[in-house]
Design a protein around this ligand. Structure first.
Ligand code: GLN
Length: 250
């Protein structure tokens, strides 16, 4: 299916380098779709997306503009846990320099201080987000809708055993109106410190939440080029997908 003309623009505003963390081990429930959504939307805004991947043992690419990470089963998190400390200093430095990051579920948990699995293993995180997670016997599963001051209504899907508590060093991304969120108790969902966002929402998240995709692109363009010149995008397809997702029961 060819896209309507308004969806195609000549990328003339420069490159944006998009790094996906551990796609081999941490990429469930369509989270790679976030990378595809950011890349496609960046090109519609007139930028040239360059997609990079980092897997266990690779050389970490330091010159990046956006960092994305997907979710994973406990077993996937165990596969990367010994490698994660080797890139933690670079991730921490890039976060402190304002590089926009979006990490989903399992990677969200590992961007916190630690995740203790339901089996009792404690996985040490990078500590960029001030969150701590404890696995539980009951999985929190289903469609989810939250309200965020900056991004409005956020729609997605959650499936996690971990219950996350946000500490004073981060702020929740939003408040749950349908679903469980961070822990099913305090109605918070996700966490944010600076330009780093963690959330439990799979789906993939960004095709149905273009405001968050544009936040990542805008922040990256402003950091690399000093300004962000948005393209004239028609989000009618995205709005249709949001309405459809929001109409689904839990
Ligand atoms: N393994 C983690 C948990 O169960 C994360 C799951 C995920 O990324 N969907 O909480």
């Amino acid at each position: 299916m060819s896209l309507p003309a308004f969806r195609v623009s000549e990328p003339v505003k420069g490159e944006l380098r998009i790094l996906q963390l551990y796609p081999e081990a941490m990429n469930i429930y369509g989270d790679w779709g976030n990378t595809l959504a950011v890349a496609r939307r960046a090109s519609w805004h007139g930028y040239t997306p360059v997609i990079l991947e980092y897997n266990v043992g690779d050389e970490f690419p330091e010159d990046v503009d956006i960092i994305l990470g997907g979710g994973g089963q406990d077993s996937g998190q165990v596969k990367i846990i010994d490698d994660l400390p080797t890139i933690a200093p670079a991730l921490t430095r890039l976060a402190s320099e304002g590089v926009p990051m979006l990490v989903i579920c399992g990677m969200y948990q590992l961007f916190g201080h630690e995740f203790t699995t339901v089996g009792g293993s404690t996985l040490t995180g990078v500590g960029i987000l001030d969150v701590r997670t404890q696995g539980s016997e009951t999985r929190l599963i289903g469609n989810i809708v939250t309200e965020s001051e900056e991004f409005g209504t956020i729609v997605g899907y959650e499936n996690h055993s971990g219950k996350t508590v946000v500490g004073p060093g981060s702020t929740p991304l939003g408040q749950v109106t349908l679903g469980a969120g961070n822990n099913g108790d305090d109605s918070s969902e996700g966490a944010r410190t600076g330009n780093v966002i963690g959330t439990y929402l799979h789906g993939s998240l960004l095709p149905k939440n273009p405001a968050i995709a544009d936040f990542l692109i805008r922040t990256a363009a402003e950091r690399r080029y000093g300004s962000f010149e948005p393209g004239a995008l028609d989000d009618s397809l995205e709005q249709q997908a949001r309405r459809s997702a929001q109409s689904r029961p839990r």
